[in-house]
Design a protein around this ligand. Sequence first.
Ligand SMILES: [Zn+2]
Length: 313
Amino acid sequence: MQTKLAVQFRKNRRTSHAFERLKTCKKCGGYSVLFDNVCKQCGSRDKFIPVTEYASAMNRIMPWAEAFGAIALVLLAVASAGTLQHLAAAVIGGAAFLFLFFLLRKRYKPYADTYRLHRLLIDHTPAIWRGLRADLQEAVQDMDAAKPKEAYEKLREIGHFLRGEHVKVRKIDCLGRFFIRKDMELELEEIVPASFRQDFVLYLWEAVKVNKRLVRQSVLDYVVAYRYEIAAMEHGKDILTLVAGAALRMKAYVQRYPHFIVDYLDELPRERFHRLCKLMASTPAADRGRLYERCKELAKTRYGFDPEFQGLF
Ligand SMILES: [Zn+2]
């Protein structure tokens, strides 16, 4: 068995959109989402700028180019006027056109800026894709070089764009190498794999022990789908009980997974069971099912003497 590592992750950046994490090389147009300031494609140092900065520069340049284009069009119409009447029409029409052009451009500037950014991202998709693949290759090399912390930090960045199984499985592999602590910024929902994986379940166990809030719907769907495989694992029942207890955090989960929760009632710690009983007590009579009945029964037989359980049902 491999020795677990005590690690401190690099601080995770917060962005509103994933594309804000992209940076592009001013020299070769290559892309990366990692922290290194050396471009893997051209070898240049300190040439990266955030893609948002690149788009802002485009937004400063492009309106000028468009304005020159519009003015040139009007001048062309004026220059090609053969008679005085045509000249007058070109001058009046051109002035009206330029007035409208600048008016509309001012009004729709935010939309035009957003449109240019979207266009840029679409046009640069092949370069972004090449950059992400190179970043992924770097993370894989870190894993091969027994540097799981460095590999995981890179995978975490890449995972904002590549959400496939190949990235998830590598993240799970790295996370399984660390001591999981409460102060860590952990992910769980993001790495739920497509099939049963014992290494994921073991990580899930460690992660939920320190942070119950990581249990969300996709995690519960996974656990419920593979509950028999999990039950067959060493500590399988502890893991399932822990997840069932964590599901009680949200009333919606209790309503969605009553058939799962009811099987772990006997093992739930008193505090979790009390929370469940409080949730059950407010269930309208029409919605009461087996979970309600079992809670009521267990509250009576096991905690009948406990003042906190008095009068709940
Ligand atoms: Zn470059």
